[in-house]
Design a protein around this ligand. Structure first.
Ligand code: NDP
Length: 331
């Protein structure tokens, strides 16, 4: 069966040559293990960080080994008590067609509880939880407030903006990388305003879209967006620092906002968070957001790539903005 290997470490933007599709024998499951045929693999920005050989909150990918990532698959052979063949499981050995894993690392999921089974990789999984924790636990978004979300047409950003709105935000503004995406964010997702960050200085575009200022900034992008948000914050505003995708291909540390004194003058709270620390919030999140998923109040679009051969290109495409909503590889 085939898997995706990282064969060299990118400096700057990764290219297809950093990856290789390798065909290897699949191990038979040992006692307490299952063999899973992967059906869907999650494509995530944090994987770019794992391609660097630097210490971070997750270890680097090993070279010439299958990469990892969230995946959904079907148990095709089981030597674990209580896990039957045919069970659909969520696990972390993606980037390969078949995975032999301890049953304890494979969580059975119920396809009937979600709008589509791939929701477990997105809106009803880490993506949705990230949006919800960032907005409500970290930034303490309150009804009536103005919320600015960058990366608004992406998986986390589209969820964050819609959840803010459903919880009574006064005004929700999004930024994204094309007119097609800003139309989608406004007309498809119900944001009050959206701008294409290529259309001028982000601080000016944001000032036009949020003339009364911003109470909460949900940052997926960093860089110029973060600086622009700082200059548009209302007093006592809060920032949930979720991601900084504009800097993931940077070689060396990227500069921060130039006028950090604005954070003092405006009494701004900035907090970074890693969703892995907040897994205990999953059931409260599902209780809160489940009804919105069930009645269609939240839209969670997905962009699919097909086949393991296209997995590296799906990742590279996501980094360049080719996805709307969650990027998923379908096997
Ligand atoms: P997305 O679905 O948002 O996909 C990434 C998007 O980033 C692209 O579609 C592209 O959209 C945008 N992008 C790429 N380069 C730039 C750039 N230079 N400037 C602005 N936008 C850019 O991915 P996710 O929803 O999975 O992740 C969103 C963010 O959340 C990432 O930063 C990720 O690292 C972070 N994250 C953090 C977690 C945590 O625990 N803290 C957990 C999960 C995600 P466009 O066309 O609009 O440019």
């Amino acid at each position: 069966a085939r898997s995706v290997h990282l064969v060299s470490r990118p400096q700057g933007e990764p290219v297809p040559e950093h990856f290789s599709i390798v065909d290897e024998a699949v191990a038979e499951p040992a006692e307490a293990e299952v063999l899973v045929r992967n059906r869907y693999m999650s494509v995530d920005p944090y994987m770019r960080g794992r391609m660097n050989d630097t210490e971070s909150y997750v270890p680097p990918f090993a070279l010439n080994r299958p990469m990892e990532g969230a995946a959904l698959g079907e148990v095709v052979a089981s030597r674990a008590d209580g896990v039957a063949e045919g069970t659909l499981v969520l696990h972390n050995r993606g980037w390969r067609e078949y995975a032999t894993i301890p049953a304890a690392e494979a969580r059975p999921v119920d396809p009937d509880r979600v709008p589509s089974v791939t929701s477990y990789l997105g809106i009803a999984g880490m993506t949705g939880l990230t949006a919800w924790v960032g907005l409500f636990d970290i930034a303490r978004t309150a009804p009536g407030e103005t919320v600015f979300v960058s990366g608004a047409a992406g998986a986390v950003g589209s969820a964050a903006g819609q959840m803010a709105k459903l919880r009574g935000a006064g005004r929700v503004v999004g930024s994204a990388g094309s007119t097609a995406k800003t139309d989608y964010v406004r007309d498809g997702l119900g944001f009050d305003a959206a701008f294409d960050y290529h259309d001028g200085p982000v601080a000016e575009l944001l000032a036009e879209a949020a003339p009364e200022g911003v109470d909460v900034y949900f940052d997926n992008v960093g860089g110029e967006h973060l600086e622009a948000a700082l200059h548009n914050m209302r007093n006592h505003g809060r920032m949930a620092l979720c991601g900084m995708i504009s800097q993931y291909n940077a070689v060396g540390p990227a500069p921060g906002p130039r006028d950090m004194f604005q954070a003092i003058a405006r009494r701004v709270m900035m907090q970074g968070f890693i969703i892995g620390d907040h897994m205990h919030r999953m059931s409260a999140f599902l209780d809160d957001v489940g009804p919105w998923l069930a009645d269609g109040s939240i839209r969670a679009d997905e962009t699919f790539a097909d086949g393991i051969d296209n997995a590296p290109e799906a990742f590279l495409g996501m980094m360049r903005g080719q996805n709307t909503g969650k990027m998923i590889v379908r096997l």
